[in-house]
Design a protein around this ligand. Structure first.
Ligand code: 0RA
Length: 228
């Protein structure tokens, strides 16, 4: 068999299933996130935050910070162990890529843990990825920084090492696909109310929200911290 054919075959079944999964989410987004209005738009944030909450419930994460960026994209940053980046044996790609692209990937991304963290649908970060024109994940783990970017869930390059670090954690930045959502603007008050609620449901976690679109009179960004 030629090298090219072999590569094509290796691309084969797994990757096609990933693409089919992403397509299914984009075809019927409401089935995965409830609706494509204001609720669904904000639900994307909760899906990403719930992953970090799960890491906190596992005892490995104390801080979760949410940012509404100037371009109306969202960043969720935690100080957990960082999503594993090692090569995933079965899928022949980084575990990080699997988590970010395969529906319901990874033990801690299925129902059980979402019930604990108070998550709603618990469909996982791959759904958020499928419904984002641009998503970037950055992982600090084992002294190294890794990144991968996606467009409508499709990786733009293999997970790559971009530097060194003295901390651990995961940071996800995504821009919702406005060809799918009929609401486009993130409301600080809606996200802040949910984070306050999550703080009461999950005691001992430092949660914060910062609106980088809005400044207070003293020049600082609109920000709240929640802890209980
Ligand atoms: C599975 C295994 C490990 C970490 C995570 C998932 C993880 C996922 C998310 C999602 C957002 N933040 C996260 N932080 C961690 C680590 C397993 C290990 O280190 O042995």
């Amino acid at each position: 068999m030629s090298e090219e054919n072999k590569n094509n075959e290796e691309y084969g079944a797994d990757n096609i299933q990933v693409l089919e999964g992403l397509e299914a989410v984009r075809k019927r987004p409401a089935m995965y996130i409830g609706d494509v209005g204001q609720k669904g738009l904000h639900h994307l944030v909760y899906e990403v935050v719930d992953n970090s909450i799960d890491e906190a419930l596992a005892g490995h994460c104390s801080d979760i910070d949410v940012f509404i960026n100037e371009d109306n994209s969202i960043t969720v940053k935690d100080n957990g162990r960082g999503i594993p980046t090692a090569l995933h044996e079965k899928e022949k790609k980084s575990a990080l890529e699997v988590v970010m692209t395969v529906l319901h990937a990874g033990g801690k991304f299925d129902k059980g843990s979402y019930k604990v963290s108070g998550g709603l649908h618990g469909v996982g970060v791959s759904c958020v990825n499928a419904l984002s024109t641009d998503l970037r994940v950055e992982v600090h783990r084992g002294g190294k920084v890794f990144e991968q970017e996606y467009k409508i869930g499709v990786p733009q390059y293999d997970v790559r090492e971009i530097g060194t670090t003295d901390r651990t954690g995961t940071e996800v930045t995504f821009k919702p696909d406005l060809s799918i959502f009929v609401e486009s603007i993130y409301h600080y008050d809606i996200l802040a109310a949910r984070l306050r609620e999550l703080s009461f449901l999950n005691k001992g976690i430092n949660l914060s929200i910062t609106d980088l679109r809005r400044k207070n009179d003293d020049g600082t960004h609109v920000n709240e911290k929640f802890f209980s």
